[in-house]
Write a protein that binds this ligand. Structure first.
Ligand code: NDP
Length: 337
């Protein structure tokens, strides 16, 4: 039974030395437990925050020497729980390991489908994040200009496509020409800009001649700097993530821009609202699942998965996620279905 544990707290961008692959015996389920075999492991940006001492407001830090946490699609191998049977497919949170035990409280049964890993992406947490953040907080109206960065990623690609379905004009921001081409040609965005090329602010202004009504914040950093002056009066800014800052060791150098930020928020009457998707499952997940399935069935929305083979490659793939090397929702195939 292989597992990948947190070996050290990273300084800046994690390195493969911050993780350690260990062997342990396959555990035996006790009364009331199930033994699970991981098929797919989700890799997500929040994991970087849980590598830090102290963790976050929504989850504790991964202890040193313990397996990295993560969402998983698994098969029940053995069960001493009345609600689960061997062979069943479940969504869980068993982390970066081949096998795990669960008391069932955090497991959701999954139907057998051609692509069960979608439960970790478009039909799961990242898709739900896009749905709640955009529709409930961003509230796009037909004709609005919606801007989203990490535009071909797990969350961003869904944000842009839902915004388009709601009649908005969608401008993506992504890393590199290939991702930008995909956002326009395949996802139907109206425009997409490469944030690695020069003069992002000028190019964004040209791509948003009527300003920005909704900015779905995935990134922070230089992208937010380019967006801020273009926000319209009454703009909504769902603050979903600031991945450009997850590796920061200290505040960036340069002038203090808080006055400019707060003055803009005030004068433009901007609604800036953070959210953590864990809070919303109770009241919104069913609506999301119904709408998302309908959009997929009607061919109105595309999901792209970036699949890496082998648990042993999880650390390298996760580091790549923080650097923009993933192209679509990043999952690790740990074992064959
Ligand atoms: P993605 O699949 O979008 O992968 C991350 C992407 O971020 C990279 O591919 C890269 O895309 C982009 N990126 C990384 N560093 C930078 C940078 N310095 N500047 C600009 N872009 C950068 O990940 P997710 O869709 O899973 O997550 C997107 C965001 O949503 C994250 O901030 C995440 O923390 C947040 N999130 C928040 C949740 C919540 O409950 N609030 C729940 C789920 C996700 P590119 O190459 O295009 O630049």
């Amino acid at each position: 039974n292989r597992r990948i544990v947190l070996a050290a707290r990273p300084r800046g961008l994690p390195t493969t030395q911050d993780f350690r692959l260990e062997q342990a015996p396959v555990p035996e389920p006790a009364d009331g437990q199930v033994l699970l075999r991981t098929l797919y492991l989700s890799l997500d940006p929040y994991m970087r925050n849980l590598m830090e001492e102290g963790g976050t407001s929504y989850a504790p830090a991964v202890p040193l020497g313990e397996p990295m946490v993560g969402g998983t699609v698994s098969r029940v191998v053995a069960s001493r729980h009345p609600g689960f049977h061997p062979g069943e497919l479940v969504l869980g949170n068993t982390g970066w390991q081949d096998h795990a035990l669960s008391d069932g409280s955090d497991l959701t049964p999954l139907a057998e489908t051609a692509q069960p890993s979608l439960a970790l992406g478009g039909l799961g947490m990242p898709g739900f994040t896009a749905y709640v953040g955009l529709l409930d907080i961003g509230q796009p109206r037909p004709g609005d200009t919606v801007v989203v960065a990490a535009a071909t990623g797990a969350v961003g690609a869904v944000v842009g496509q839902i915004a388009r379905l709601k009649g908005a004009r969608v401008v993506g921001i992504a890393g590199g020409a290939e991702k930008c081409r995909y956002a326009v040609d395949e996802l139907g965005f109206d425009a997409c800009l490469d944030h690695r090329a020069p003069a992002l602010g000028e190019r964004l202004a040209a791509a948003c001649p009527d300003g920005i009504d909704v900015y779905f914040e995935n990134v922070g950093g230089a992208v937010f700097d380019a967006v801020l002056p273009l926000l319209n009066i009454g703009a909504r800014v769902p603050v979903c993530g600031v991945i450009a800052h997850y590796n920061d060791q200290q505040p960036p150098p340069g002038p203090d821009r808080r006055p400019q930020l707060m003055t803009t928020v005030l004068q433009k009457r901007i609604r800036l609202q953070g959210f953590v998707i864990l809070d919303h499952y109770g009241e919104r997940f069913e609506a999301f699942r119904r709408d998302m399935q309908a959009w997929l069935d009607a061919g109105q929305l595309k999901l792209r998965e970036d699949r890496v083979d082998g648990l042993e490659n999880a650390a390298e793939a996760f580091i790549g996620l923080l650097e923009g090397r993933n192209f679509g929702k990043l999952v690790v195939r740990v074992a064959d279905a």
